[in-house]
Write a protein that binds this ligand. Structure first.
Ligand code: ARG
Length: 259
């Protein structure tokens, strides 16, 4: 009787311990966000952002013209007749058989680019692709509000590149707030920041060169930024830093017409 009682107590204790252990082991996975795109994003639908381009050096880009991709200066080696870059367009799935793949013929890195600010470059394609282009902002009017970012880059710091295009929404962060994170590393006239104060959603390695965009007053997508840099990815207090496209719109247009 005594023995049986003891056994019953032990059984109950073990059962209770099992529940506690299960709860403890469940907690980290339940609290941890599921791996999501671009850090905190979701999958883009096929055709949702038809201007998105993946570049073979591992960057993103956007179709500025049918035969010109706008990307980041830090994604290219310099300017010249570079034929080694392949642009993949027209698909969210990079392994899709219907992907449009075109080689580069020329690269133009932003004149005077030295690693600080001015992070834009143009890539001329060997032939025009039959896909919609993305207009660039020519004024600061839309450098506010919520922005969409997209890319095939890492979903966490140190993570791998993605097969499927991911998208996320990030709010504008003003220069003063962004300066609190980056001090004099930020070039306010040439860079625009975006992200949540608590982090969690951001572009990351491999998204560079891709567009940050929103809708304009007519409902058309307008590119306001180019994925450039950040301290880690999606960290609290460290917004993503993007090339401020409106600052360079005239330079980009001039450069494109001379490509
Ligand atoms: N420089 C990175 C690249 O080459 C992009 C980093 C963006 N980082 C960020 N926290 N928003 O892909």
């Amino acid at each position: 009787m005594k023995f049986l009682k003891k056994t019953g107590g032990l059984t109950r204790a073990l059962a209770a311990l099992t529940v506690v252990l299960a709860a403890l082991s469940l907690q980290p996975s339940a609290a941890q966000a599921a791996p999501r795109p671009v850090v905190g994003g979701t999958r883009a639908a096929q055709g949702e952002f038809p201007f998105m381009v993946r570049l073979s050096m591992g960057c993103g880009g956007a179709l500025y013209a049918k035969n010109v991709v706008l990307t980041a200066a830090h994604c290219v080696d310099g300017s010249g007749n570079t034929t080694s870059i392949t642009a993949t367009a027209g698909v969210v799935d990079l392994q899709s058989g219907s992907a449009v793949k075109v080689r580069s013929t020329k690269v133009l890195q932003a004149p005077g680019y030295n690693g600080k600010g001015r992070d834009w470059a143009l890539i001329k394609l060997a032939r025009p692709v039959d896909l919609p282009t993305l207009k660039i902002a020519t004024t600061t009017a839309h450098n506010r509000g919520d922005f969409t970012v997209a890319g095939w880059g890492a979903v966490r710091e140190g993570g791998g590149q993605q097969r499927y295009l991911l998208k996320a929404t990030v709010p504008f962060v003003d220069d003063a707030t962004c300066r609190q994170a980056y001090g004099s590393d930020l070039v306010p006239g040439e860079e625009i920041c975006a992200g949540f104060p608590q982090g969690g959603v951001d572009t990351c390695q491999g998204d560079s060169g891709g567009p940050m965009f929103r809708k304009d007053d007519t409902g058309a997508y307008l590119q306001v930024g180019i994925v450039s840099w950040g301290e880690g990815c999606a960290r609290a207090g460290y917004p993503g830093v993007y090339t401020e496209v409106s600052t360079f719109a005239a330079d980009i247009a001039r450069a494109a017409s001379g490509l």
